[in-house]
Ligand binder design. Structure first.
Ligand SMILES: *Cc1c(COP(=O)(O)O)cnc(C)c1O
Length: 347
C-alpha cells in the first residue's frame, strides 16, 4: 500500500495466499447450496462461534440487516445502543426496508448498555406499543473505542432477554478482536446470543464477506431473507476461499495489531496537542482529539498528514480514529508518530 492507511481495517487488501486460494477455489452455485468452499467457510465460522450454522453475506451491513429482519417483523421493536453501528452507519436499513422500530438507549463509555436501561426499554403488552422482539449489542464496540464486551456482560444481557422471551443478536464485526483481547473464545462471547454476525473483511483481511451464525432454523429463515435482499451469490466460493485463509491465518495475529495500537498510542501520547481518549486502545483502535492549542481542525490535520503519506480517520470536528491492521508495520507506527509530531508542531 502506498499510504499508511489508518482510517479503518476495512482498507486491508487480501494477502497473496488469499489471492492464490481464490484462484484455485472449488466452486458451485451457492444459491442452490452447492458451493463446497462456501459450505466449508460457513461451517468453520459457525463452529468457531459455537453455533449450529453459518451464512455467508456480502457485507456486515447486510448481515445485521438480515439478522434483524429474521428476528423481527414490521412494527416490531429492537433495542439498540445509540452509538451502535446499526443505528449510525447502516443507512437506516432496518426501518427503511424492514419497518422495524429502533429503541435507542445510551451506550456507556465501555460499549455496554445499562441492564436497568434495557429492562426499562422492554415494552409491556399494550396496543400502544410496538412489541420488543430483539436486543442487539456490538462487540467490539466500534464508536465506543473498539472496546470489547465481556462474556459475563453478554451473559447478563442474554439472561435478561430470555426472561422476557426476547432474542439477542451480536454485531460481532470484530468479535475475534474481542476474543483475542480478553483471552477467551469467540464461542464464549457468542454463547448467550441467538445470532452473531462476524466480518471477514476487517482485520482478517479478506476482500469481501461476513458470516451470520445461529441455529439451523434461524439460518434457514435468514437464507430466504438474504435472497430477498439480493444477497444470494452464485460461485461465491471465490470469496469464501479468501475467508477460509483469513480464519486459518489471521485470527491469532490480531494480537499484533493490538500490540501495535498500544505502541502507537504510547508515541502519540507524548505529542503536545493530541489528547488520547481515556483507556484507548483496548483492541486495534485509537481514539484521540486535538487540544485547544491547535489552531486548525481534524480535517485540516488529516490533509497535512496525507501530504506525509498518512491517512487518518476523521470522526469529529477535532477527533480521530486510527485503526491498526495487518498492513501496518512497526516502522509505519514510528513514521505516523513522527508525522503527527511535525504537523502539530505549531506555535
Ligand atoms: C464494519 C462494521 C459493520 C458493517 O460491515 P460492512 O461490511 O462494512 O457493511 C457492522 N458493524 C460494525 C461494528 C462494523 O464495524
Amino acid at each position: 500500500m502506498d499510504f499508511i492507511d489508518l482510517r479503518s481495517d476495512t482498507v486491508t487488501h487480501p494477502t497473496p495466499a488469499m489471492r492464490e486460494a481464490m484462484a484455485r477455489a472449488e466452486v458451485g452455485d451457492d444459491v442452490l447450496g452447492e458451493d463446497p468452499t462456501v459450505n466449508r467457510l460457513e461451517e468453520m465460522v459457525a463452529s468457531m462461534a459455537g453455533k449450529q450454522a453459518g451464512l455467508l453475506m456480502p457485507s456486515g451491513t447486510m448481515s445485521n440487516l438480515a439478522a434483524i429482519l429474521t428476528h423481527c417483523g414490521r412494527g416490531d421493536e429492537v433495542i439498540l445502543g445509540d452509538k451502535a453501528h446499526t443505528v449510525l452507519f447502516e443507512a437506516g436499513g432496518i426501518s427503511a426496508l424492514g419497518g422495524i422500530h429502533s429503541r435507542q438507549i445510551p451506550n456507556q463509555a465501555d460499549g455496554t448498555m445499562d441492564l436497568a436501561d434495557i429492562t426499562a426499554a422492554i415494552r409491556s403488552d399494550d396496543i400502544h406499543y410496538p412489541p420488543t422482539r430483539l436486543i442487539s449489542i456490538e462487540n467490539t464496540h466500534n464508536r465506543c473505542g473498539g472496546v470489547p464486551l465481556s462474556a459475563a456482560y453478554t451473559r447478563s444481557v442474554g439472561d435478561l432477554a430470555q426472561k422476557y422471551n426476547i432474542k439477542l443478536h451480536i454485531d460481532g464485526a470484530r468479535l475475534f478482536n474481542a476474543a483475542i483481547a480478553q483471552g477467551v473464545s469467540a464461542a464464549d462471547l457468542a454463547a448467550p446470543a441467538d445470532s452473531v454476525s462476524i466480518c471477514l473483511s476487517k482485520g482478517l483481511c479478506a476482500p469481501v464477506g461476513s458470516v451470520l451464525c445461529g441455529s439451523f432454523d434461524f439460518i434457514q429463515s435468514a437464507r430466504r431473507i438474504r435472497k430477498q435482499l439480493g444477497g444470494g451469490m452464485r460461485q461465491a466460493g471465490i470469496l469464501a476461499a479468501a475467508g477460509i485463509v483469513a480464519l486459518e491465518t489471521m485470527v491469532d495475529r490480531l494480537a499484533e495489531d493490538h500490540q501495535r495500537a498500544r505502541l502507537l498510542a504510547q508515541g502519540l501520547n507524548s505529542i503536545d496537542g493530541l489528547i488520547l481518549n481515556p483507556g484507548t486502545p483496548q483492541t486495534n483502535m485509537i481514539f484521540c482529539r486535538l487540544s485547544d492549542r491547535i489552531p486548525f481542525d481534524a480535517k485540516e490535520t488529516a490533509v497535512r498528514l496525507a501530504a506525509k503519506g498518512i491517512k487518518a480517520g476523521v470522526v469529529a470536528e477535532r477527533g480521530f480514529r486510527l485503526v491498526l491492521h495487518y498492513w501496518i508495520t512497526d516502522a509505519d507506527v514510528e513514521k505516523t508518530v513522527r508525522a503527527f509530531g511535525e504537523v502539530l508542531d505549531v506555535p
